[in-house]
Design a protein around this ligand. Sequence first.
Ligand SMILES: Nc1ncnc2c1ncn2[C@@H]1O[C@H](COP(=O)(O)OP(=O)(O)OP(=O)(O)O)[C@@H](O)[C@H]1O
Length: 276
Amino acid sequence: MSQPSSASVTTAGPSSDWVLELEGVSVRRGTKMILDAVGWQVAEDERWVVLGRNGAGKTTLVQIAAARLHPTRGTVHVLGERLGGSDLSELRPRIGLASAALAERIPADESVRDVVVTAAYGITGRWREEYEDFDTERGTDLLRLFGVDHLADRAFGTLSEGERKRVQIARSLMTDPELLLLDEPAAGLDLGGREELVEALAELAGDAAAPVLVLVTHHVEEIPPGFTHLLLLRDGQVHAAGPLEEVLTSENLSGAFGIPLVVERAGDRWAARSAR
Ligand SMILES: Nc1ncnc2c1ncn2[C@@H]1O[C@H](COP(=O)(O)OP(=O)(O)OP(=O)(O)O)[C@@H](O)[C@H]1O
């Protein structure tokens, strides 16, 4: 892996023990406030769900948490480092990210094995890098963890949507990140694919050695068992945040989505429907 400079990471030391700490974070594009005075704190043993309707600002929030975007206003600490400048390449390998935008950059003819191991270099297409046996073994282990090791020699472009999602999550874990951000990993999956993914994420959530998890979704049905906290975003603002069982109420969800909704719990899963 490259040895980047830390020019833009202010290493004044962590302000606290938070894995993520946002204070008064706003992102403005033109006259639009995409995020508006967001405060959010994530601790080491927590697994967060970020929920909100289309355009609420979820992806923008994830981009900030992934140190890919700087806020217009406010302060952000990620893994104890304050976002300050433009070279964050020392921090980024410590953060796993799976998102549609990243998936689009993966060449269709890249083998599944290479899709995963190239994450060790923070790239999406294999060129002439030499990989250690350790990297290859780790890639295979991660593919196995998500039940897609039998696809290792296939071209990424030939996979089904569900297979692709699982390969992307395996890739996002390649650098053994301390923080894993999953932006709508279940989007586009059929019911079986979604349930398999929820199961895999529940397993990850229950693993004490797993990174801190942040999962972005539109649907409460996609919340895997083992997730502990919920952030509800509405129009770029925090509508409610805190322990999942306290925050995921019909009232809060209705407020966040702007329509009357009823939330129901079935065992360790959740469901929501219109209250009309
Ligand atoms: N560069 C930009 N310039 C102007 N507006 C932007 C820009 N990037 C995002 N937006 C707008 O900011 C809002 C929030 O976008 P964001 O992608 O963060 O929302 P989201 O909650 O992830 O939405 P979705 O659920 O539809 O993926 C949207 O209205 C979007 O159109």
